[in-house]
Design a protein around this ligand. Structure first.
Ligand code: SF4
Length: 244
């Protein structure tokens, strides 16, 4: 190994340790953390059946929120306290898409503010960004009771509003957090997250990165390493220096 390769490796290790500290890992995961699909890094998977949002007229986020109104398009309206539309920079270069609001989000009317949300905030910080720099939203805007996964018909009812949000923001990179967002954005039904993450896909004009939901990281800390690998690719795509 040359001295520059050694320096790069040491720098990468230091960055990873710093990321672990940022997101609260006290012990480094050992074993079983090979990055699936790593050989596909920087590749692009183009999906021919992807519909994107070309049929939608471009609106501002406030116009889209107004159109959503006091929505009763699916049964989730019956149990929600708040519609959690999304928040952040309307011209963000980076958008995170989760699954749906949880209890804290339903109470506060804001996305990703519970434990998983706090972890996402730390991940964004580790990427040298702040929440106000990015945009954060979910596939469904109302909390599924008991935090169950949204049903396909609920996703179908709410999806046009996510598509419009993404068209309006037109980000360079979209990060799908978890399988619900991934299935919707890539129009897939049966898939393994490990096979799709670690490489860029395409959604309209945006590069699409698949990664694990922060709630999954809380349950299984060994997933933090692949998430950091994914976020490093996103940083590189956005021209954010990983070292230093
Ligand atoms: S989840 Fe979406 S479609 Fe269903 S009621 Fe809420 S805002 Fe409307």
């Amino acid at each position: 190994m040359s001295s520059s390769e050694f320096y790069d490796t040491a720098q990468a290790l230091e960055n990873y340790i710093r990321f672990c500290q940022e997101i609260g890992i006290e012990e480094l995961p050992s074993g079983g953390t090979e990055i699936a699909g790593a050989e596909k890094k920087n590749g692009v998977v183009l999906l021919s059946d992807q519909e994107g949002s070309e049929s939608l007229s471009c609106q501002t986020l406030s116009e889209i929120r107004e159109e959503l109104g006091d929505c009763t398009r699916c049964r989730l309206c019956e149990t929600r306290r708040s519609i959690v539309f999304g928040e952040g920079n309307p011209k963000a270069r980076l958008v995170f898409v989760g699954e749906g609001p949880g209890r804290d989000e339903d109470i506060q009317g804001r996305p990703f503010v519970g434990r998983a949300g706090q972890l996402l905030t730390k991940i964004i910080g580790a990427m040298k960004l702040e929440r106000k720099d990015v945009y954060i939203c979910n596939v469904v805007k109302c909390r599924p009771p008991g935090n169950r996964n949204p049903e396909p018909d609920e996703v179908e009812s709410c999806e046009p509003f996510l598509a419009k949000q993404l068209e309006s923001i037109n980000p360079e990179v979209i990060v799908c957090l978890g399988s619900v967002a991934t299935g919707l954005m890539l129009k897939l039904k049966n898939f393994k997250m490990a096979q799709l993450r670690g490489t860029f896909h395409q959604y309209g004009n945006s590069r699409l990165m698949i990664t694990y939901h922060p709630a999954a990281l809380l349950r299984n800390p060994s997933l933090k390493k692949p998430v950091w690998e994914d976020m490093k690719l996103v940083m590189k795509e956005l021209g954010i220096s990983i070292s230093g």
